[in-house]
Each structure stands twice: as C-alpha cells, then as structure tokens.
Design a protein around this ligand. Structure first.
Ligand code: GLA
Length: 388
C-alpha cells in the first residue's frame, strides 16, 4: 500500500523523493463526554488511519490532494495565505494545523506537496479529523526538523480543531491518536493530562467495532449544546462547592448537591459526567485485575447513561448496542465517540464473533433500513513516520 501511494504521488506531482507518515483513528473504550468535563477517558489507537506522502518544495506553494476526495481535486495555497476557505473542505484540517504551528513560532520556511489517503470510514466517529491533524503535525515536525514533542503536537492539533475548524472538542481524540501504543489503551486524566498505558488483554475475546453508517458531523451535532449544559450545571454547583470541574466530584458529593442545579436537563447531563468519570476509573481497575466481565458491565452502564441521561445515542446506536447485548458471547457493548450516529464498540468472545456479526447485521438492517459495517479492531501505534 505504501508503495502504491508513493506511485500515486509521483504521478500527481512528478517527483519520487518522498517521506511517508501515518496517524491512526481511535476508539474510546469507556469515559465518554468526560474529557471536556475534567474527567478521565480510556481510548486506544486503531490500525486504520490516515497516510500522508510528502515532499518539501523550494518555493512557498502548498499543494494538497486526498485520494478520498478526488472530486475536489488539488487544493493549492501559499504559506502566507492560511485562512479558512469553505471550498477547501477537508484541506482546512491540514491548513489549520499549519496555521497553529506558525502561530506558535515554528519555522516552516518553504512549501510542500502532500498526498493523503485515509482508510478510516469518514464521519464514523473514529476521529478521521484528529487523524489528519496529527499526521499533518508529525509530517511538519519531521520535514522541517522542528523537534516538537508529541504532547505539544496533540495540543496544537486540538487547537486547530477548536479555533480553525470551529469544533469545540476536548483533548481525547488528538491525545489517543498522538500517544497511542500497540496493544495498550490510555487512561488519561483530562484535567491534568496525566496518563498511563494499560495493557488490553481480553483473553479469548476481541474488540468489535460496528458502524451505524448514519453519517454525523460533529460541527453540526448537539455537541456544543451538551458542553453548555454541563458548564451551566458546573457554575451552579460552584456556588456551593469549591471545584473546577465536574470530574472532581464523587457520586456521593454529586447526589448531596445536585439540587443546586435548577434545570432538570442540566442535572441529568452533569450526572452522566460525574458517574461516567467514576465508572471509567472502576472499569480500568477491573480490567487491570483481569475482570473483563466487570469491565463489560461498566461498558453497558456507560451506554445506558449516554442514552438516558446524556441523550446522545439515537435509534441507530441504540439498536446496534441492544442487539449486541442479546448475542451469545458479548461481554459488553456501548457507543463510542461523540454519539448521534457513528460507531459502537463491543467485547465479544472470539468463538462467537462470526455469529455476532451475522445476527446483529441482519437484525439492524431489518430495523433501520440500511446496513451496518463491522470490523474486528486491533490496537495500533500513535502517529509516526513510516520508515522505509
Ligand atoms: C468527540 C470529541 C472528544 C470527546 C468525545 C466524547 O470525539 O472530539 O473530545 O468529547 O466526542 O467523549
């Protein structure tokens, strides 16, 4: 695949002195909508991702092309013209990252040509956008020998998404994609960015991703509305409690103080944020003790909370998860990512995976009217240059 991408680059730009970079997508195992609430998340990088074949230029031109958006053709601009242009569509992601690097004073002194190719299903909630941001970051870092640490690239990528693209996401996706490690998930405290790797040993079971194939765009989803609801709840609690985020609360403190949140909806949102954060800590503890069954039960509880209290699931995700729960061999199942469509993640015993895909797939199509897609996930490394 790498070789054929290099060939594509040569055909397009007429040069073969290229370097190749990769950034994965991510799934979150548990800890949903907790990152911007100062809580914990437990994501991992997957083996699907975004490739960038690139070469520096002598002049100040930048040319970007994506094999995934052939109809949009080549996007061209110059290094001192980095404004958001709607017609540039997907290319605003790499442009945004470049713009943040420049704002931070990194010396990017020439243009470059890039060919992108991604095999993450777009809009599936597996973070294709953070993936293209991180592959761009790593590419800039290597091509221009900038010596930036991964954690800074994670933050700059998130900043590009927040300020250039205008999506107010938390840090989870960029962090998982930058810092991922084969075979491990990451327990990340989003309030301090303290983290540790935790080995994912599911014994005789695997992670199965199911895509609802309902398209969702974070930008036009209710994501920002949820953030506002949580902020409102927090500020009412802060009149009584000395806290900086909902992530600081235990279930008990929340229950004792929740009446200070006057709006019932805001109260439900805050409840999810508090309980989900505690659930994440319990789940990682269970997994590290080898108790996969308990981890699975906490995944189920996470979905129920996202469905009933946070209200970010919807018919498609609920159908997939509820069908998954009924299958023999399912240890746990939940939605993953922002919600409102996108993917679910299930832990399924290996002997039952074929039947799982067959049964859930058939019944989903009957109920929803179109097909879901299934992948057995393998946990891969974070963003990096691919050495030849
Ligand atoms: C999206 C955002 C993340 C996080 C999740 C929900 O993936 O990009 O920052 O908030 O939703 O957990």
């Amino acid at each position: 695949m790498i070789e054929s991408l290099r060939q594509d680059f040569k055909q397009l730009y007429g040069n073969d002195n290229t370097r190749v970079f990769f950034a994965p997508g991510r799934i979150n195992l548990i800890g949903e909508h907790t990152d911007y609430n100062g809580g914990h998340v437990f994501p991992c990088a997957i083996s699907f991702g975004t490739y960038a074949v690139a070469r520096k230029r002598e002049d100040d031109r930048i040319r970007l092309y994506s094999k995934n958006f052939k109809n949009l053709g080549m996007v061209e601009f110059t290094i001192n013209n980095l404004s958001f242009i709607k017609a540039h569509d997907w290319a605003n992601y790499p442009k945004g990252v470049l713009s943040v690097f420049k704002q931070n004073g990194y010396n990017i002194d020439s243009g470059f040509d890039v060919l992108f190719y991604g095999n993450i299903p777009n809009g599936a909630g597996l973070s294709s956008s953070a993936s293209i941001e991180l592959v761009t970051s790593v590419m800039l870092n290597e091509l221009f020998e900038l010596n930036v640490e991964m954690i800074s690239m994670v933050k700059m990528s998130q900043k590009a998404e927040n300020e250039f693209i205008g999506v107010n996401c938390g840090v989870m996706d960029q962090f998982a994609i930058g810092m991922g490690k084969e075979g491990y998930a990451i327990l990340l405290d989003c309030s301090t960015l303290a983290y540790r790797y935790s080995k994912i040993d599911l014994k005789d079971a695997s992670l199965v991703i199911a895509n609802t194939n309902k398209r969702r765009g974070l930008a036009d989803s209710k994501y920002n509305e949820r953030r506002n609801e949580c902020e409102r709840a927090l500020s009412q609690l802060q009149q009584k409690l000395d806290i900086k985020s909902l992530g600081e609360l235990t279930e008990e403190t929340f229950e004792a103080n929740k009446h200070f949140i006057t709006d019932e909806t805001d109260r439900k949102r805050a409840k999810h944020a508090v309980y989900e954060n505690q659930r994440t800590l319990k789940a990682v503890d269970a997994l590290e003790k080898g108790d996969i069954e308990l981890f699975g039960k906490l995944m189920d509880a996470s979905h129920i909370s996202l469905r009933d209290d946070y209200e970010v699931t919807g018919k498609e995700l609920d159908t997939l998860v509820e069908l998954a729960w009924k299958q023999k061999g399912t240890i746990g199942a939940r939605m993953t990512g922002a919600g409102f469509g996108g993917c679910t993640v299930s832990i399924v015993k290996n002997d039952y995976i074929d039947a799982f895909i067959e049964n859930v797939g058939r019944q989903y199509a009957q109920k929803v009217g179109y097909e879901a897609s299934f992948y057995v996930a393998s946990i891969g490394d974070g963003a990096k240059e691919i050495q030849q």
